[in-house]
Design a protein around this ligand. Structure first.
Ligand SMILES: O=P(O)(O)O[C@H]1O[C@H](CO)[C@@H](O)[C@H]1O
Ligand SMILES: O=c1cc[nH]c(=O)[nH]1
Length: 337
């Protein structure tokens, strides 16, 4: 009863978010568990309604708020994401080897979210490997459900990685770029989303310590262990692969080749080292929730030299480079603890 009243009162109140946060804990003083949950949600800027939801089905990853979910996921410390399901299946196997996790004989890695058919997710001890599809809308849905998952499971100190591919800007193909900050097509370090008819703006820096730790590992392993060059810089996040990234080979193009080159030059002048399609949402949502995260992408092409990305064996090898870097970081952290 308390839960219903609370939910209805709040939903009908039309009060501002902040006021809502301030008001709710006092309303539920008779239920200390809910009160504690409100506090945890409030601290992380998450949705207070979650504390009073009796059921929550995480539709796109086919999981449900439950005691079972808590037991199965409470040990999660690292969530690694990348666009393609195949890549994240390979990463799951790779990290399993690196951290030396033995599955019982006859047991294979299972896609936990198979039922949803939207994302493919694997759990390897404290690591989740999951694909996010293409673009901010797709990764946004996944991040919402994963953030709820780690909240419901009571996970502590979780770090997120986006292990991806990108186009480099004045960067040799095969180079790994660790994002310092994501920017939009107008070089604004802001993730903008329309919510209830208003623009909501969130900051897009990657966790500085995490960036430095990854760069440090990159330095140690540069030119060996299949890692090659690792650099850091701003990442431009586009809403499209073609016009949105100034390509000349899309179905639409209403600019000249020299206008394209001027824009790429401007990218360089603004400190942009690479272009991809999810970093704004990834950093924007994680920063807002005060969760550590970093974007690590390998360049498949130098956009100053062309637009075409050709599928070939070298790209497969390139895609594995961020795996190696992240796996080394995770292994090192696990050995510390
Ligand atoms: O290689 P992933 O991680 O999928 O990411 C990049 O590749 C896709 C475009 O081909 C976009 O999603 C872009 O961000
Ligand atoms: O140029 C590229 C390559 C990979 N992914 C992108 O978004 N752009």
């Amino acid at each position: 009863m308390l839960r219903m009243e609370l939910d209805e009162r709040d939903l009908d109140s039309g009060q501002k978010h902040q006021k809502h946060f301030e008001r709710l804990p006092s309303v539920v003083e008779s239920d200390t568990e809910i009160e504690k949950d409100f506090e945890r949600l409030r601290i992380m800027n998450l949705n207070c309604h979650l504390a009073v939801l009796e059921n929550d089905y995480l539709y796109h990853i086919a999981l449900e708020k439950s005691e079972r979910l808590k037991k199965a996921f409470s040990d999660v410390k690292y969530i690694c994401m990348g666009g393609s399901p195949k890549r994240m299946y390979q990463f799951a196997h790779y990290i399993k080897e690196v951290i030396g996790l033995q599955l019982p004989i006859g047991v294979a890695l299972q896609n936990i979210s198979e039922e949803s058919d939207r994302y493919a997710m694997y759990k390897i001890g404290p690591v989740i490997s999951v694909n996010h599809g293409i673009g901010c809308p797709s990764i946004s849905i996944l991040l919402n459900e994963l953030i709820k998952l780690i909240h419901y499971a009571g996970c502590k100190d979780v770090t997120f990685f986006r292990i991806g591919t990108c186009g480099g800007v004045g960067v040799e193909p095969g180079t790994i770029i660790v994002t310092s900050e994501a920017v939009d097509g107008m070089f604004r370090p802001e993730y903008r989303q329309i919510v209830l008819g208003k623009e909501q703006v969130r900051k897009t820096k990657c966790d500085e310590d995490l960036v430095n730790d990854i760069l440090e590992i990159g330095k140690v392993h540069e030119d060996k262990d299949g890692i090659k060059k690792v650099i850091s810089g701003k990442t431009l996040c586009a809403n499209d692969f073609y016009e949105g990234q100034g390509r000349l080979d899309g179905a639409f193009c209403e600019y000249t080749s020299s206008e394209k080159m001027d824009f790429l030059q401007k990218c360089k002048e603004n400190g942009v080292k690479n272009i991809e399609m999810e970093s704004l949402c990834f950093t924007g949502l994680l920063n807002h929730a005060k969760i550590r995260g970093v974007v690590i992408c390998v360049a498949l092409v130098d956009r100053l030299n062309g637009d075409q990305v050709v599928s070939h064996d070298l790209n497969i090898e390139f895609q594995e480079r961020p795996f190696k870097l992240v796996a080394k970081y995770i292994k090192k952290q696990l050995e510390k603890n």
